[in-house]
Design a protein around this ligand. Sequence first.
Ligand code: GLP
Length: 242
Amino acid sequence: MAGLVRAKPACVLGLASGETPLPTYEELIRLHREEGLSFAMVSTFNLDEYVGLDQSDPRSYAAFMHDRFFRHIDIDTSSTHVPDGSAEDLDLACAEYESAIIAVGGIDLQILGIGADGHIGFNEPISSLASRTRVKVLTEQTRQENARYFASPDDVPRLSLTMGIGTILEARALVLLATGEHKADAVARAIEGPLSAMVPASAIQLHRRAIVIVDEPAASRLALSDYYREVTAAKAGLGAIE
Ligand code: GLP
């Protein structure tokens, strides 16, 4: 990400909320503070947001991004975009989000986390692989997983706005991050399982520049991990990984 920002100062980053990318944001903040990495011309688009939470609500993804990343760097906050889950007309807000991405020339690099059920953004199982930004009903599993951010599980919104899988696949490069044993099954199904709407993250198999970064526990159910190590070693120093 830092390399992209240096090479293309007006680049467009697709960002994810959740715990997984936090060390990434922390490192970018460090590079900003200590090495002068500037985000002054960068635009960002986040994957998703809860419906019914205002951007000032501390439980919203908009507030999360501001608190954990944007306020620590020199980005112009008018260039940071998160779907508006408090909009009166949600369908219109989704259509405008798609238009805003197109207006800046598309997303250069999209960061993705992965849900234990294989979701990316809030694209829950059986999401259309061609879907665009829209309203999605959250599964009970996702609401339980995200309950830690709310006073009680009943407080977790039932609806979300999320970039569609079709929207995500249009980014010029994808980087999926996963850490921890609880993600191992979803990671294996996304990378090595059949392409299936039941595992929305498996859609990254369709992208020609998708990079997956996992720790050992998240990689523990991969069948071909020895081969991936070989490939990584063979490609070291060869430049861009296709
Ligand atoms: C959440 C978010 C996703 C996120 C995923 C994993 O429900 N909607 O965008 O990538 O689940 O979250 P975490 O990184 O906290 O495990």
